[in-house]
Design a protein around this ligand. Sequence first.
Ligand SMILES: [Ca+2]
Ligand SMILES: [Ca+2]
Length: 364
Amino acid sequence: MKPFRSAKNALGFCFSIVLMLNTQAASGKPNSDLLPSIDQVLHSGLNPQAAVDAMTLPKGFQAYLYASEPDISQPIAFCLDERGRIWLAEGQQYPVRADGDQGNDRILILEDTNGDHQFDTKTVFIEGLNLISGLEVGFGGVWVGAAPYLMFIPDYDQNDQPDRAPEILLDGWDPYRDTHETLNTFTWGPDGWLYGCHGVFCPSFVGKPGTPDEERQRVDAALWRYHPLKHRFEVFAEGTSNPWGVDFDAHGQAFMEACVIPHFWHMIQGARYQRQGGQHYSTSLEEKKRVQDFLPENAPQYLNPFIYDDIKTHGDHVHWAGSKGPHAANNRSDEVGGGHAHSGLMMYQGGELAKILLQSSVHE
Ligand SMILES: [Ca+2]
Ligand SMILES: [Ca+2]
């Protein structure tokens, strides 16, 4: 495994917060003898290095602690540049956007200059961002999601400082409702477009600044993409729940993860997928007649005559299947949704392993 991949895994592990809620303490009531024992979370509360040491890895893999608190704080997104450096967004402002455009978020550049798999230099690229939720580097600068904006911060001279103020490319991303679902997981696709995810309970109406309401693109549970040169924006596929992870396999096929409902999805351009809630906005004419009353008055319509049904999950198991039924675990951890949230996905197809999926599962 390459060091950068190892670093990404280690850092991704640090992002996961393992917190076990004791239902007895939370409710103030004694445990019923009828209930099974509370989950034993063996590795909760470890310091970052101990947590990495406790990881169980596939054969041939190694994990290293690349960065942790107090050197970084509230990491909400990161990416790698062509030099193997990590660009990391600190989301201090989350979950509430500050009034105005000035917030407390910043972007750091972390570099391992001596090859020991730990960062040893840290550069502050920019401060004062507000509700940052995604970033990617490329085309001479940094692409930043900070609702209500998708921005580009140029660094053409590559001195690791912005050449000028951020340029607002798109606005209309909802900065108020469920801010953990807004634009995230910026990833370059094999077609050169910038891909990103968007969740289900914070509908956005996206367009270039000044775009009239009726011409804006509704984005609400979706995989979207933006062309960095032509500056075109579109929904790639609609549906799922709160996706926070997308990657492409060696054939260029997109895969996305989502929370609560089934977690793994093969994303096909123009397709429509099962939703956690709300109404589809990509509809057939017949469906449009049926859901018209539920759509906001200013919601643009996207008719697709070839929609016949929702595409379902491509995974063969789920981590959380609701609080009832044969897959409801022990009726304890699932009461707070343990195992139903995910943040980070990578398709790995190197070495002896033909194809594996690395996925972060967040327990709360
Ligand atoms: Ca180092
Ligand atoms: Ca610069």
